[in-house]
Design a protein around this ligand. Structure first.
Ligand SMILES: C[S@@+](CC[C@H](N)C(=O)[O-])C[C@H]1O[C@@H](n2cnc3c(N)ncnc32)[C@H](O)[C@@H]1O
Length: 257
């Protein structure tokens, strides 16, 4: 039997018009919306999936947010990596409980959040950004969802290299990623996995050219397309619009000479 909601849990409240709110349950707080106020103390202890009413009787469905929900609520000042790419990145970099992973740049911290979620309390994410304002935003985003302790945020330019050694999984999401391949390879364990996201095909070509001769092998290039359907059993068909392009993903393995 799933546990009912508890103090400190993240909860997602969904209004009838689809608007979503993610909160951390705290008996001293209230959620204020255009459709009325919900006291957290009235939500604690309810089974997930319950419909609750605001003080002016507007209904909200209460669910535990998934990682995807949390990522879509990331407060952003930069382009973020979207859940459709993040799912494959976690798989491809073999991110799981206890893993130590390095990423640059941190940006708003969407990928950081997913990495921190996946490595669990025994793992660690080392996240680099040269901009202090981005690290502060990412820190707040991580704090809000209770994952801050799993991340070491580092205000450094990776031009100067990484301070970690022997890293098994490393991801780059920053301009001119091809310029940092030497520093990246030096931080990685032999056999480690490198991933990068690039916005244009010509940047992928440039990145692949630079990979050559830098102790990386087995390059893979892909893009992730995700098509949603209107969930109408009588008229099942794709939604009218889709996000056609976000970025290209490139992965490669670090090898010995
Ligand atoms: C597109 S954002 C990363 C978004 C992030 N992956 C996310 O999902 O929210 C790129 C970040 O790289 C940082 N950056 C650019 N060049 C850098 C460098 N040489 N070293 C460290 N950070 C860098 C920028 O400051 C920016 O915050």
């Amino acid at each position: 039997m799933p546990e009912p909601s508890q103090l400190g849990d993240l909860a997602m409240l969904i209004a009838k018009n689809g608007k979503q709110f993610i909160i951390r349950l705290d008996p001293d707080l209230q959620l204020q919306t255009h459709r009325g106020v919900l006291q957290h103390e009235h939500l604690i202890g309810l089974p997930w999936g319950t419909t609750v009413a605001s003080h002016i009787d507007h209904e909200f469905l209460m669910l535990q947010p998934t990682l995807r929900d949390i990522l879509l609520h990331t407060k952003r000042q930069s382009q973020i990596i979207y859940p459709k790419e993040i799912g494959y990145i976690l798989l491809r970099l073999s991110i799981g409980p206890g893993v130590q992973v390095v990423e640059a740049g941190t940006g708003s911290g969407a990928l950081t959040t997913a990495l921190a979620w996946a490595v669990g309390p025994q793992g660690m994410v080392y996240s680099y950004d040269r901009r202090g304002d981005m690290l502060q935003l990412a820190g707040r985003n991580l704090e809000r969802v209770g994952l801050r302790e799993r991340v070491e945020l580092k205000q450094l330019d990776i031009e100067a290299g990484f301070t970690e050694q022997g890293i098994g999984s490393l991801f780059l999401d920053l301009p001119h990623a091809h310029r940092y391949l030497r520093q990246t390879r030096e931080a990685m364990a032999d056999g480690g996995i490198l991933g990068v996201i690039l916005p244009t095909a010509n940047q992928v070509s440039r990145f692949l050219s630079e990979l050559e001769g830098k102790l990386f092998a087995l390059p893979e290039v892909c893009e992730i397309m995700l098509r949603f359907y209107k969930p109408n059993p009588q008229r099942l068909r794709p939604t009218d619009r889709m996000v056609a392009h976000t970025g290209y993903l490139v992965f490669a393995r670090a090898v010995r000479g």
